[in-house]
Write a protein that binds this ligand. Sequence first.
Ligand code: 26Q
Length: 795
Amino acid sequence: MLNEQADLLARKVKHNLIAENGRTIETANAREFYNAFCRALREEVMAHWVATVETVRAKKPRVAYYLSMEYLPGRLTEHGVLNVGAGELVRATAAKLGRKVSDLYLAEPDPGLGNGGLGRLASCFLDSLATLQFPVRAYGLRYQYGVFEQEIWDGRQVERPDVWLLNENPWERRHDSAAVTVRFGNEEVRALAFDIPVIGYAKNHPYSVLTLRLWSTKESPRNFELQRFNEGFLDRASENLVLTDVLYPNDHNEMGKRIRLKQEFLLVSASLQNILQRQMLLFGSMENVADKVRIQINDTHPALVVPELIRSLQEHGLSWEKARDACMEICSYTNHTILREALVEWNEGQMRELLPKQHEVIQKLNGEFCDEVRKKFSGDEEKVRRLSILEHGHVRMAHLAVVGSHAVNGVAKLHSEILKERVFPEFDAMYPGKFTNVTNGVTHRRWLLKINPRLAQFVTERIGDGWVTNFGEIKKLEKFAKEKESQERFWEIKRENKRRLAEFLEKEDPVRDAHGMILSHRAKLDAKVLFDVQIKRIHEYKRQLMNALHVIMLRQQKRPGRVVLFGGKAAAGYERAKQIIQLISALSKVDDKVRVIFVENYNVSKAELLIPAADLSEQISTAGMEASGTGNMKLSMNGALTIGTDDGANVEMRASITDKWWPFGFGASAEENRKPYHPGEVYQRDEAVRKAVDALGEFGATELRQHLLEHDPYRVLQDLPAYAAAQKRVEELYAQPLLWAETAIHNMAGMGPFSTDESIRHYAKIWGIEPCPIDPKILARIETDYTVFRTANGH
Ligand code: 26Q
């Protein structure tokens, strides 16, 4: 059976190579082989994709639309293959063709259509939505250049363009008939749809495929404005052609750039047109739109959906009141940050000029809203000013999103509390019940099953494979934590993963000179020592600097060996984050038993290598600052122990794992971090801190040192002594490997609540949608047609 299927698939690949690439399997290069193989796989997926779409079209359920400016899906092929249980088939097919499966999987570029946590969360959600068969469609932008590729030249970050679309992308399907026209004032821009299939996991039923639709202005030649060119302005002439060219590479920091505003509106307007066209096609009217449509706003980036939806509904004949009320029923908004600098505000003049009609709607909406506030708080004008969407010539996007939605959620309990009590207290009083929490998760199918096959096998051997679709079952692993055999097996697997990472770093992670020339690769790593891992965007609040200071302490105190691995990108304009990279690089040059490695160009693919190999997971943000974190979850479910503050989802992980098995918690609480703080006092008081801080100069980090002593806004010095003490406990436990393994297994067992399957069930309640599995009759009909084509084609 497998053999026959593999024969068939192999023939298809060869056919595809000849028909599309003009190549034979003997002469095809890696890229051509990958392309042909994926096209053959895609063909297999098409029937299920069409069946998913047609089932929803036939059943006409309420549908949720996920709007996000960012996605970080990771490589698609291997994950899709595993989700449909075709791993063995693909391996056998590749073998028949004389190739390795790794050649197939690793030839794929890693789409960097996001910056970090928010984009990756969106992609984890799509995996769960597809697996749970919810009627959902997702929209985003097809950036020509994703997040930059990072190189480290003599310790400094250099940004290189990410050219992921250099070659044809076999997983996207250009959909010309879905093109729409987006209007900025009088200007018109054509947006083309590119659809990417998101394949759900399935074992005992047909798998669902949901659609991620990405908009591009690139391939529409009419977007070039010849008149402007003739007037002598080439840049303005091609502005709309290049609108979707680049992802803005900064997280948590707003730049107020005109093109970014245009990007945000492009996503909103194109997606809305598509959504409302579907509504008309299916129901012939907007009467029941508030019943049939739900829209999730992923952070404030697509918040313009509020005015644009109200405006469009009016254009379709709804009254102002009906359109406004429908908008609030339809929309919900997720907040991902409480950092002030990340709460986006747009210049009102700029918005009026670019989007006059939407601005008008915002004004009217705000007028009504302010009147409501006045009524509720008996004319308290100070309150009105604080709540208003428009203030001092700015449009506050978060306020717009809150006013235009019926549900607003934070991404972890602590974060949602802080949102309610400190960021939007008066909104909460205005709209009791609107604010809720939906704790983040990760898809354990990618982040355990796929990336750590040995550990996944370890789990399945002990508790069966129910955990793959019901992650709560991971709790059953508890029983095995005490078992010596399991503890030893755990270590064999962890060692093997550490060796694999070491091998990769020795071969692939370069050390470059000041001109980017590769000088060498990493020296050998010892898989027996502790692998201490901090991987995430470089940001002051995440406190990579505290980790670096601790490395200095370890060296000064001649403590046992470990490897401290860092990975992460700094926003291009974020000078202090770049200084932190430089410091870490300087530390990595010193030959010491405490090794430091800065892994270049951290991305989803690198995460997939690093996470299974981690012993220790660094989650050390200033309490109250990290909304949730999701790397914390990935590392923990791969058997790393967390050293962490009580911040974001760490708090809930700790509660689920229990204090007994959470030995490395440390640091001030979010509450304590509101009290005044003077870094100089810690420096005076604590000798170890003083010595470490004073050594910063040796590594060229005098500016960082000065900043710490005078400001230290993220309280690095405050928490450093407690952090160092927790790290001592790490050393002690690592010296007792079996007890460490027991603890790690308990940590894995406690991760049940942190699958995105769980988060998605919660969102589905907010949206009020039900699963809509493929109708077998529809699938059968499509497969008949498909098979006819197959035979006709000689397959
Ligand atoms: C805004 C305006 C202009 C340009 C860029 C941006 C921008 C882009 C990305 C602002 C913020 C972001 C990303 C934020 C983010 O990733 N937040 C993280 O979201 C995760 C998922 O909820 C959480 O786990 C993290 O705690 C949170 O930091």
